[in-house]
Design a binder for this molecule. Structure first.
Ligand SMILES: NC(=O)c1ccc[n+]([C@@H]2O[C@H](COP(=O)([O-])OP(=O)(O)OC[C@H]3O[C@@H](n4cnc5c(N)ncnc54)[C@H](O)[C@@H]3O)[C@@H](O)[C@H]2O)c1
Length: 405
């Protein structure tokens, strides 16, 4: 297949591009490199030294003989160029990773909220309308998030996107299937909830074939392909805005920083290893819905864990200390989470779990590149409301040291 990977310079997009190229697909990356600019804005860098996207593609060709094309294009702002590219290249499939994906970044200030909404909603809508306009028959696979469901303790397993409900009508109860009601917990999650409505409309109105993957928190850094050459190494975010919880605990342990647990750490979240992310995208691509069918929704996660249990597990493994800090987010202190992921299991996913030794690999990577870490960027300081901002702990390490002396 000819596959366009939108956001292919990112943490999930790059290893997915390599995985699909390795399987013999013709892969084209489209990215505006905004994530690299955001690193500059925040004064951070990937823990791992990333080469330019052109250099990474050159190394991949040198190692495998396979070509990955790179196209510098802003999906949210360059509609005409996007439409033209789709018309000329007519990809068979499009994998859409290209959004601002950090909840803390989306809550930093009004400007960051505006940017996240403009970028994410326009990128997705531009893509959908360009697909209709050009008449290409591509299967769109989008990376959504488990966060659209919200994290209240419903008690029942979260189904894959749809919920059967009964509605009282004048002639009695009627069954209906609805999109599972969204309950976004940040502006970022809100944009992913809006994406769902855009997909529903374009599938129903124009017969676009769409799969929406509600992904859990991704951990790990290497995949089979990124291990092949030091310059194919993947991005690894450790900072308080973009770093994801388990990867952050592992780098904190590696550099002797206290593991920063927010509140009681009673939040339960869904997780997936990066190697399973790329495998899930491959499986989703092989199972496209028919034109006119409803949007196919998969829960792309393999296990759920409570945050404090993860911290305790990493502390036990590495001897790290745990620091319980005021929570910068507005969320339930404790929640349960039961999630269905039957669709991917039925397609043959054999989940990688936390027990499989890959935690050590992340700690090793973190130790190797520890000199690149700016400890001041480790705490999460983006507060969800002005009230919460006053309580955020900006220097857990300093406080710990002071209290010891
Ligand atoms: N990383 C996770 O834990 C996680 C969990 C759930 C869902 N997801 C979803 O997966 C997708 C990829 O996540 P990631 O961690 O790889 O993020 P990332 O920030 O590393 O990568 C996103 C890429 O998209 C590009 N991009 C953003 N806006 C663009 C635009 N307007 N035009 C062109 N390119 C643009 C960025 O430059 C970046 O390279 C996101 O949509 C995210 O919501 C990620």
């Amino acid at each position: 297949m000819k596959i366009a990977i939108l956001g292919g310079d990112g943490f999930c997009g790059w290893p997915t591009a390599l995985h699909l190229s390795d399987q013999g697909h013709e892969v084209h990356i489209i990215d505006n490199l905004s994530r690299r600019w955001i690193d500059t804005e925040l004064g951070v860098q990937s823990l791992t030294p990333m080469d330019s996207i052109q250099e990474r593609c050159r190394i991949w060709k040198q190692e495998t003989g396979k070509v990955i094309g790179f196209h510098l294009l802003d999906l949210a702002k360059e509609y005409e160029r996007l439409r033209q590219w789709l018309a000329e290249e007519a990809p068979d499939a499009i994998v859409h990773f290209a959004e601002q994906r950090a909840a803390p970044y989306s809550m930093k200030s009004d400007r960051h909220k505006v940017y996240t909404v403009n970028n994410n909603v326009n990128a997705t809508h531009n893509l959908l309308t360009a697909m209709v306009e050009t008449g290409i028959d591509a299967h769109l696979v989008h990376l959504g998030t488990m966060g659209v469901y919200g994290y209240s303790s419903v008690g029942a397993p979260i189904p894959e996107g749809y919920l059967d409900v009964e509605i009282d009508t004048p002639t009695g109860k009627k069954g209906q299937e609805i999109l599972y009601p969204t309950r976004p917990g940040s502006v970022y999650h809100m944009t992913k909830s809006l994406d769902q409505i855009l997909f529903q409309f374009y599938a129903q109105n124009d017969g676009l074939r769409i799969t929406d993957l509600h992904q859990g928190i991704v951990w790990g850094t290497h995949t089979d392909q990124t291990r092949r050459h030091p310059q194919l190494i993947n991005r690894f975010d450790y900072d308080g805005d973009y770093g994801t919880v388990l990867n952050r605990f592992l780098i904190q342990a590696a550099i002797g920083y206290p593991l920063t647990v927010h509140g009681t750490g009673g939040q339960t979240r869904a997780f997936i290893h990066l190697q399973d992310t790329v495998r899930c995208v491959e499986l989703a691509l092989s199972d496209a819905p028919a034109a006119g069918a409803r949007v196919k929704i998969f829960n792309q996660m393999t296990e759920t864990h409570r945050v404090r249990d993860l911290a305790e597990m990493v502390a036990k493994m590495t001897g790290a200390e745990i620091a319980f800090l005021p929570n910068p987010r507005k969320e339930a202190a404790e929640n349960d989470l039961i999630v269905k992921n039957d669709n991917f299991l039925a397609l043959g996913l054999n989940p990688i779990t936390l027990e499989e030794g890959l935690l050590d690999e992340v700690v090793e990577v973190a130790r190797k590149f520890a000199h690149r870490i700016d400890r001041k960027r480790v705490p999460a300081v983006s507060a969800w409301t002005k009230d919460i901002a006053g309580r955020v702990e900006t220097d857990p390490e300093g406080k710990r040291l002071k209290s010891v002396s």
